[in-house]
Design a protein around this ligand. Structure first.
Ligand code: ADP
Ligand code: MG
Ligand code: MG
Length: 882
């Protein structure tokens, strides 16, 4: 059993498959080393050591120290340097690296091993004292901040004072003598703050840094990130200790980050940023504006600084072929970090790149077309829920707009909202139900909660790989970064650009696909579907076996659903046909009538309108099944409740207010959801269902006469017993026969029920004697199985989830253990009685990927969900089948 795994050019103890043990960074450093790529040698302390550390009141496991000492010795041998050696010092970086990448969440220390003595060695060895001092001042700042807990602001102030005194603005203009003075002040500050000197012993430095990396696993940023991304707390982080290479050794040295394809729009072009003569995180920190990697990108951006391709052509060519190797090896887009030391390339990190939904789609389709992956793999690489972002509205190109400023198109999508200037304000306003846009000079990990709360993010500084850009893309928030025109006054809650000023709470709109920011809110339109989207959907349809239907009542919804590829309607709730403005009066008349004759008279008024509705719906869905659920809600919902309403209704219906009050009272129930609703209404007042059925069958027969093929499925709600089902089926057939005979055409239809009561599931074999299909109404089935009211659960569900009693909200993600067991049982029992019974689901869960996978496994025939979720369901159904 080892706590330490080494890697060096051409060989490594670990590999890419060992992410759980070595963390993502360590596993990939090992893999790149084995591939023979230029990786500075080093070693990884396992995540198990970190887990041990936290399980044992923050102590290191036995044997760790010895293994680290051994690995250091090997590293000294490989590099020909000595850790702490004054003549030829080995310097290392200490880097965190969890299983799942948590960008910017953890802290890295560079140039570790430097002290007042080894700095002379480094200076002599490189012949560049200024460079050695640059490394040392960086090390003191980072180490003091990350390990010793001294805020970096103090160091910045010291440096600024020196620059002011010297009349210098750029760090690289400071001479060796200048840096010597700065460093003396830095060390004095550490001593003043901590009461002891900056640690000089490299061993102390090393173990301090290891502890700090372990410690960073539990810092607030890391905790928040884990919570947001469902990363377990007990995974721990690995620590990578790696020999340093130097991007700050003059103008043939550089450091940079790159993506093998554009992570924002998916274009198959190498994409990234770099800085000459710089180290570590200078690129992402937004201290200097980074330069483009390729000539093409530089030209596109209209940048005057040379690209890496132009400034360092040879090493760029080597870099291009290296990342190409990596992309082919990993068969996915890589996000890499690299450094060039005096013309020599070093790879410091690679991982599968985070990408926007738009890019994920394009990349998956492109790679499948290139033959790098299979269509099945392409399907598996797209997060079904990411379609939410893709299918979302964009700015209407025809809408008028006034531009405020333009920045970089860092994360696509459009959003409008009130501007706020701090993360805390974003959270506060969002909690009050406002849509907010967070406007910052630049963001840092401390702003994460605000970025999460905001609809979109704007920054004045930073590039496409700045913190704001990376995090926004990961969260699916639109983002415009580096909008340099913005003058932001956070304290005053104001920004100005192009001569205009905007205040806290003013509304702006931004388009993260173009980088533009506009005044006020702008009309949005539905997006157009790309070829890539159609391709993925075509592949999804090839592999899935579940059919996808939609829950739709109105013609608009039905058209939308069809446009998204719905193969019919799985749930048409007919109550809306009763709520309509002109119909409600007749409905109320029906409810208030004293006898059946009175009710029939009122229903006769609504019947033609219902027929017209059915005609429209059935002809939109011509040839596809349309599942009509007969009236479900309790009657009292249709009656007026407030005194004004009652007065108004009394006038229109010419029924006295007293009678209205009386009837409302008569119909009121203690538990309406368990009361006189669903088929209980249809059985006690059969004329209601009869009128619905007549309207439906007449509409269907009329369409048959027109040469169409309507396929109505009649669904009876809230059935619990065989007798209910039998009675309702008899009624349905009787009306059908009557209407069909009168019209003289042939019509096929099915009669079935929703399964939404545990008893219905338990005795489904009996229901299937007459029911030809079951549709699991999992909203009510969840409510009745748990005995938890859908409408009242809000108050205690969150505490339950926080306490770990519930994993997820069962109304969002199907409770597979409980409700799922009922579904499986009902499906089996239904098939036992009627082998060809049609089985589907029509609750909210019908659009939830995890629930869809369950439905696939349970052997259902279809899922039905809201129109916008149809593409999500098609993809999820394909993933379930692959
Ligand atoms: P993060 O996980 O936040 O990206 P890293 O551990 O990758 O942190 O370190 C950040 C940066 O520090 C790297 O991108 C690289 O530029 C620099 N760095 C890390 N290790 C070395 C090293 N051995 N030599 C030179 N630079 C390094
Ligand atoms: Mg870092
Ligand atoms: Mg990194």
């Amino acid at each position: 059993h080892h706590w330490v795994y080494a890697f060096a050019a051409g060989a490594a103890d670990g590999n890419a498959g060992m992410k759980n043990l070595l963390g993502g960074k360590g596993a990939n450093l090992a893999e790149m080393s084995s591939l023979g790529l230029p990786v500075p040698p080093g070693f990884t302390i396992t995540t198990e050591a970190c887990v041990h550390y936290y399980k044992n009141s923050q102590t290191f496991p036995d044997g760790l120290e010895a293994e680290v000492a051994e690995a250091l010795k090997r590293l000294e041998a490989t590099t020909g340097k000595g850790f702490g050696s004054v003549d030829n010092p080995l310097l290392v970086s200490v880097r965190s690296g969890a299983r799942a990448s948590m960008p910017g969440m953890m802290d890295t220390v560079l140039n570790l091993g430097l002290n007042d003595a080894t700095i002379d060695g480094l200076a002599k060895l490189t012949g560049d004292r200024r460079f050695a001092l640059d490394c040392y001042r960086r090390f003191i700042t980072m180490y003091s901040n990350v390990v010793l807990g001294v805020s970096h602001h103090g160091f910045e102030d010291i440096l600024d004072d020196h620059k002011d005194r010297l009349g210098i603005t750029i760090d690289t203009d400071l001479t060796a003598e200048d840096w010597t003075r700065v460093i003396a002040d830095y060390k004095a500050k550490v001593k003043a703050d901590l009461g002891h000197d900056f640690p000089q012993d490299p061993q102390d430095q090393l173990w301090g840094a290891v502890k700090a990396v372990f410690g960073s696993w539990m810092n607030d940023r890391a905790k928040f990130y884990r919570k947001m991304h469902d990363i377990p707390e007990d995974w721990g982080t690995a620590v990578n200790i790696q020999s340093m290479v130097f991007g700050n050794m003059g103008d043939t040295s550089a450091t940079g980050v790159a993506f093998t394809r554009n992570p924002s729009n998916g274009d198959a072009n190498l994409y990234g940023e770099f800085l000459l003569n710089a180290q570590g995180e200078d690129v992402v920190a937004g201290i200097r504006t980074p330069q483009a990697l390729t000539k093409r990108a530089r030209e596109e951006m209209g940048d005057r600084q040379p690209s890496m391709q132009e400034a360092l052509p040879d090493v760029f060519a080597q870099f291009e072929s290296t990342v190409d190797t990596l992309e082919k090896h990993y068969r996915d887009v890589q996000d890499v970090e690299f450094t060039v030391e005096q013309g020599k390339l070093f790879m410091l990190q690679t991982r599968n790149a985070k990408r926007t939904s738009k890019a994920a789609l394009k990349i998956a389709v492109d790679m499948a077309r290139e033959g790098l992956i299979t269509p099945q793999e392409a399907l598996m690489r797209i997060e079904p829920s990411s379609f939410d972002q893709l299918l979302h509205p964009m700015l209407d190109p025809k809408a008028e707009r006034t531009i405020i400023a333009k920045g970089l198109p860092a994360s696509p999508g459009a959003a409008s909202g009130k501007i706020v200037f701090t993360a805390d304000d974003a959270v506060r306003l969002a909690a009050a139900g406002e849509e907010v846009i967070l406007v910052r000079d630049e963001t840092s990990p401390e702003d994460i909660h605000g970025m999460h709360a905001a609809r979109a993010i704007v920054t004045a500084r930073g590039g496409m790989t700045s913190h704001a850009a990376v995090v926004a893309r990961g969260m699916g928030r639109p983002c415009v970064s580096g909008a340099g025109e913005l003058q932001i006054y956070t304290e005053r809650g104001e920004f100005s650009a192009r001569g205009q000023t905007f205040k806290y709470g003013d509304i702006v709109t931004l388009d993260g696909s173009t980088g533009e920011i506009y005044k006020g809110s702008i009309r949005m339109i539905e997006p157009e579907f790309s070829d890539d989207f159609h391709q993925i959907m075509t592949w999804a349809d090839e592999f899935r076996t579940l059919k996808v239907l939609a829950n739709a009542e109105t013609p608009t919804d039905a058209h939308t659903a069809k446009g998204f590829g719905a193969e019919g309607i799985g749930l048409c709730r007919t109550e809306h046909m009763f709520f309509d403005d002109e119909r409600i009066t007749a409905v109320r008349e029906m409810i208030l009538a004293d006898d059946e004759a009175g009710r029939r008279k009122a229903l006769a008024k609504i019947q033609p309108m219902q027929k017209a509705d059915f005609l429209e719906l059935l002809s939109i869905m011509d040839g596809l099944p349309v599942t009509i659920r007969l009236l479900d809600p309790p009657l009292h919902e249709f009656l007026p409740h407030t005194p004004e309403d009652i007065k108004h209704v009394a006038e229109v219906t010419e029924v006295s207010e007293e009678k209205l009050y009386k009837r409302t009272k008569e119909l009121s129930e203690t538990n309406p959801m368990l009361g006189w609703r669903g088929c209980r209404l249809g059985i006690t007042f059969p004329e209601i269902y009869e009128s619905q059925l007549r309207a439906l069958f007449e509409a269907a027969c009329d369409l048959v006469k027109q040469g169409k093929s309507p396929k109505p499925d009649i669904m009876h709600p809230l059935v619990a017993t065989r007798e209910e089902m039998a009675k309702l089926t008899t009624m349905t057939h009787a009306i059908a026969r009557e209407v069909i005979e009168a019209s003289g055409v042939a019509l096929e239809y099915k009669v079935g029920t929703m399964i939404e009561l545990p008893r219905a599931a338990l005795l489904a074999d009996r229901l299937a004697e007459t029911a030809e299909f079951f549709s699991f109404g999992t909203n009510d089935l969840t409510q009745t199985t748990y005995g938890i009211s859908r409408d009242d659960s809000g108050r205690f569900l969150n505490p339950y989830i926080e306490a770990g009693i519930f994993d997820k909200d069962p109304f969002v993600t199907l409770d597979q253990d409980g409700v799922g067991a009922l579904i499986k049982m009902a499906a089996e029992k239904g098939k036992a009685t009627r082998p060809d019974i049609k089985l589907g689901i029509c609750g909210e869960h019908g659009g939830d990927p995890a629930s869809i996978e369950f439905c696939h496994k349970a052997g259902l025939n279809y899922v039905s969900c809201s129109p916008y979720r149809v593409p999500v369901a098609r993809l999820a159904a394909a993933q379930a089948a692959i």
